[in-house]
Ligand binder design. Structure first.
Ligand code: RFL
Ligand code: PHB
Length: 392
């Protein structure tokens, strides 16, 4: 088989790149290791920056988003019994939209299927070869038979555990990485959200957050230890933790049936390059952030917007945008990394610190920082500008 762009991974990054290329008439094939059902079943992120919404809209993929997306003009920051609103509309004239990654993936896949795009699910042992020469090949196994796909370019949108980053020539990549001494326990619950805007709360017991998926489904998170098992968290224990950490006098957190619960570790990771010859990385394949700033999905979309345009410009005879893709995407990504790390450190409790005095000092200085951020219009504008999203 022959194509122009071989895309490895059918997450949001790969599916979106397919739409950018397909709309311009560029042939592509998407190879995905998992089943179609597995891809459609993953819950994950929920907040779209305005720039992400604009891209989805420009590709005509916004019908579901328009119908079911919830536009939000700010967030609440809660600490020490106070809930303070950060008003993005007023501060920077921008908004974000709550629309689950799962819904976006469903919409993009449905449109690919309507257009007749080639997406090969359940592809085993996908492996790029010869990407540093003029004729890359991707080999893969489907139904027990080995195949070869010849392409002009290979794009790895295969996530943090994917094969493409590992396929860079030995010694050419460095990893910049940090893990955190906590994880997020996330639930989906059949209950209308008890809040208008998302609540991010610092509490002595740990971070908690109230998000949503629709007017009838809430998404909530609790900071837990990195090695905790979901089996130790009964529904009752989860709601108790949420009630304690999100509780505020005069406000009620409504409870409902929990339909999904899982624990996600938190990590920051950036690779030193997103390009080697004719192989490019985009999205989680090149970098991941802790979810506190809601940047994982948005960074994947930002990369793909840049890379898609660069691939089209290359076909029109201009190699320069593709040659500078990695540097441009990483420059934006490092700003996103620093914001995600800052939000994470602002709102999580370092229970693991054995020194009680140092622990208390850290907590008090987090409260001081929250006082400053919510009390200074300049500081709030900085948060709003970054949360609503840097330019693509
Ligand atoms: P994805 O979504 O991981 O998609 C990668 C796809 O590549 C496939 N794949 C392969 N296919 C072929 N051959 C191989 N060798 C392959 N290896 C992997 C995978 O099956 C998959 O289909 O990456 P993409 O497209 O870059 O999108 C990035 C976003 O998914 C990610 O940044 C966010 O979802 C991160 N994230 C969250 N972000 C938030 O902002 N808020 C959240 O609440 C949130 N929750 C999460 C998350 C990421 C999670 N992961 C990755 C563990 C929860 C989880 C569990
Ligand atoms: C979500 O709704 O899943 C969500 C929202 C904001 C975040 C992380 C996750 O920072």
């Amino acid at each position: 088989m022959q194509t122009s762009v071989a895309i490895i991974g059918a997450g949001p990054a790969g599916l979106l790149l397919g739409h950018i290329l397909g709309r311009a008439g560029v042939p592509f094939v998407i190879l995905e290791r998992s089943s179609r059902e597995h891809v459609l079943g993953r819950i994950r992120a929920g907040v779209l920056e305005q720039g992400s919404v604009d891209i989805v809209t420009s590709l005509g993929l916004d019908a579901g988003l328009r119908e079911r997306g919830l536009e939000h003009g700010g967030i609440h920051l809660q600490y020490e019994g106070q809930r303070r609103h950060v008003d993005f509309r007023d501060l920077v004239g921008r908004t974000v939209t709550i629309y689950g990654q799962q819904a976006l993936v469903t919409d993009m896949l449905a449109e690919h299927e309507r257009l007749g795009s080639t997406i090969l699910f359940d592809a085993d042992d996908v492996a790029p070869h010869g990407t540093d020469g003029p004729d890359p090949i991707v080999s893969y196994t489907l139904d027990g038979t080995r195949h070869e796909l010849h392409a002009d370019f290979v794009v790895g949108t295969d996530g943090y555990h994917g094969i493409c980053r590992q396929s860079f020539p030995t010694g050419t990549l460095e990893s910049y990485e940090r893990s955190y001494p906590f994880a997020w326990l996330g639930i989906l619950a059949d209950v209308p959200p008890s809040t208008d805007d998302l609540i991010y709360a610092l509490h002595p017991d740990g971070f908690a957050m109230h998000s949503m998926r629709s007017r009838t489904v809430s998404r909530l998170y609790l900071q837990v230890g990195p090695d905790e098992s979901i089996d130790d968290w009964s529904d009752e224990r989860i709601w108790d933790g949420l009630q304690t950490r999100l509780g505020l006098s005069g406000w009620t957190l409504e409870e409902g049936r929990i339909t999904e619960k899982s624990i996600t570790p938190m990590r920051s990771f950036v690779t030193s390059s997103l390009a080697s010859g004719r192989l490019f990385l985009a999205g989680d394949a090149g970098h991941i952030v802790p979810p506190t700033g809601a940047k994982g999905l948005n960074s994947a979309i930002a990369d793909v917007a840049l890379l898609g345009r660069a691939l089209l410009e290359q076909r029109a005879g201009d190699d320069a945008p593709l040659a500078s893709y990695s540097d441009r995407a990483l420059a934006r990504q490092w700003q996103v990394q620093q914001f995600s790390q800052w939000m994470t450190e602002l709102l999580h409790v370092h229970h693991e610190d054995p020194d009680a005095s140092a622990r208390a000092f850290r907590y008090r200085s987090q409260v001081g920082q929250l006082e400053y951020v919510t009390g200074s219009r300049n500081a709030m504008a900085g948060l709003a500008e970054q949360y609503a999203g840097l330019p693509f």
